[in-house]
Design a protein around this ligand. Sequence first.
Ligand SMILES: [Zn+2]
Length: 278
Amino acid sequence: MELNLLKGQVDNILVMGKSGAGKQPRIDVFIQEFGLEQLSTGDIFRSCLKAFDKIEYPGNVDDFYDTWAKEFIPDKAIKQLIKSYLGNHSFDEVLMGIRAKYYVTNGLFVPDSVTNDLFLSSFKNKKYRGVVLDGYPRTVEQAKFLVSVLEKKNRRIDAIVLVDNDDETILNRVTGRRVCPNCRKVFHMEYKPLKDGKYCTNCGTEATTRIDDKRESVLTRLNEYRVKTQPAIEYLVSCGIPLIVVPGNLPVLSDEAVKSSVMDAITNYQDVPFKFVQ
Ligand SMILES: [Zn+2]
């Protein structure tokens, strides 16, 4: 079976891969070549959190959670509490911000239902079409939700683009990263060295490692990917969505090289049974 992806006729593309595999440059190809827009769950998440912070509610997110019933108080009651702070902010967005923030500030895993709601609100705004999905779905539950939404709305995912990269390369790339706390410039111990191995070449401040870039954090994310996201990809493939594997590691990393590797993978697509090697 040939895969015909034509600009203007693509509904949606899913870009998947381990955290640190190099998804963004591939996402950029779909933005430029197919005129799609990026829909990143991380961005939606951050904007909802911001929406709640912006209303300057003097209390705490715990005010909206009934610990005895183990659920949020009814939306109506939440509205009552924040009504006078809402101004011209959207209640729905603030409400999602409250839910997300509750889990994040309490260090809890964000339930799929909350992530699904967040995703759906943005996907709906795009009329369920014209996007590169990034960071979603991450679990089988989320994948099932996505498939049911697409079926209901008569939309599709034209292809899953899997950015393939091995753990060692990712560990090396991510743990070698350093950031200047002053001017935010990003370095790499090997590929983009600091001055005297320590200082920002731009402003001279001593660079640091982000918590997310520490070895332990990277290993946790890699493990989560294997346990939760790989089965989600397998589920989507079982629903008949074509899977295109693109290399995350290229001998030369230029925009041009990334673009041709993605385009080649689309041209050479073959409908063969797929299973992750553990
Ligand atoms: Zn700096």
